[in-house]
Design a protein around this ligand. Sequence first.
Ligand code: G3P
Ligand code: CA
Length: 303
Amino acid sequence: MLRLARFLLIPLALLAVTLLALAQTSRPASQPAVLAAFGEQPLVIAHRGGRGLWPENSLLAFQRASDLGVDMLEMDLRLSSDGELMVIHDRTLGRTTDGQGPVAALSREQLQALDAGYRWSADGGQSYPYRGQGVRIPTFAEVLERFPEQAKVIEIKVPDVGMEAQLCAALEAHQQRDRVIVGSFYDRSLQLFREQCPGVATSAGPASVRLLVALNWLGLGGLLSPSYQALQIPEQHDGLQIASPRMLQTAQERGLNVQLWTINEQPSMRRLFDLGAQALITDYPDRALQVLGRSTRIGALPE
Ligand code: G3P
Ligand code: CA
């Protein structure tokens, strides 16, 4: 027994010293300019521009969400075959447009010839009010040009094709480095983007989220020095509660802005704002604005 205690003593002492050193050197994230502009108010982020209300990831959606008074526009980036950054979610065209096949197989011109309002319906397919209305897949440059002041959440959907440097160059060219939070489900893509575009706010990739969940579970969240400023997470994942009150508290103590996706029902919106979520990413930004008691202006939007 004594021998076992002696055997464990050195590793445990080393672990204690390491944890102490980490605790003393850990630093919370500092608030990025894109969020500082909002102060303490809870944020409403239009998921793909508010895909429950109008065709997703379109200029029409972004314009209407902006007119509605949302705080941030969320959008997804892919590359065309001729290397243009395009704003579209899926790998293939069939779900949202009248085209078929991979986005990456078509040029910008071919992609922009498609009808991006073709599949949108609010009544389960009885009517398609945006067919033939000129709704197109926008280039990222078009979005930056049209909405220079609007804060944006930008998701890199494809790793390993050089989008990180291209995205950084586009933000630089349009002077919008301080208007965005960049996220991705690919940790290596985020790591590369942070190296290539230092100072631009990012959200946690999956590995960082897992680390935060684990540290929080062990009561060691205070050891974390995040290389990101926002935590974009679902409330649950694989049956596991991610957005627990303690998790939200830990994240906020580490300086992170907690942005939950994709929250579409008002009871959940109320509950999560009450829990301390700082932002909700939603297909129905009108509902979230209403929950917060902010004017939705939806009735006044032009047709
Ligand atoms: O912000 C995260 C959220 O956008 C992820 O969902 O599938 O719409 O890209 P998805
Ligand atoms: Ca997205």
